[in-house]
Design a protein around this ligand. Sequence first.
Ligand code: THU
Length: 140
Amino acid sequence: MEIERDTLIAAARDAAAKAYAPYSHFHVGAALGFADGTVVTGANVENASYGLTLCAETAAAARAMNDGQRGGLIAVAVAGGKDGIAANPVTPCGRCRQVLSELAHLGGTDPVVLCVGASETFEYSLSELLPGAFGPASLS
Ligand code: THU
């Protein structure tokens, strides 16, 4: 990974502090690392209409796309919990896996996904988390 693992994890932890999560009190931060060295972060944004909540990874992906990123996604870190970082690493929800997959597909990458817990970090590839993904090619 070209971006330092610890740098990306720290960015995800910092992002979690900016979460708007007054309902679940579960603050999640995500940091997306790109091949050009760019790091784009996001945090969950909850809503009084609970189902409209945006997850951290989706917020970060939308931000990256709006910044003009179209691929080059090489690493993702996710960190969160109720009181700081949870003991059990947070893994991206199903919708977020699909959203991240779209961005990854654009650049033909299979990013490392670092799921950060208080005492351990799980490391997956996105294709491991979302095998047989539906992607742009599925539409042709
Ligand atoms: N959440 C995320 O931000 N990312 C995930 O991958 C899982 C869940 C958020 C959504 C909600 O605000 C809170 O965590 C509790 O589900």
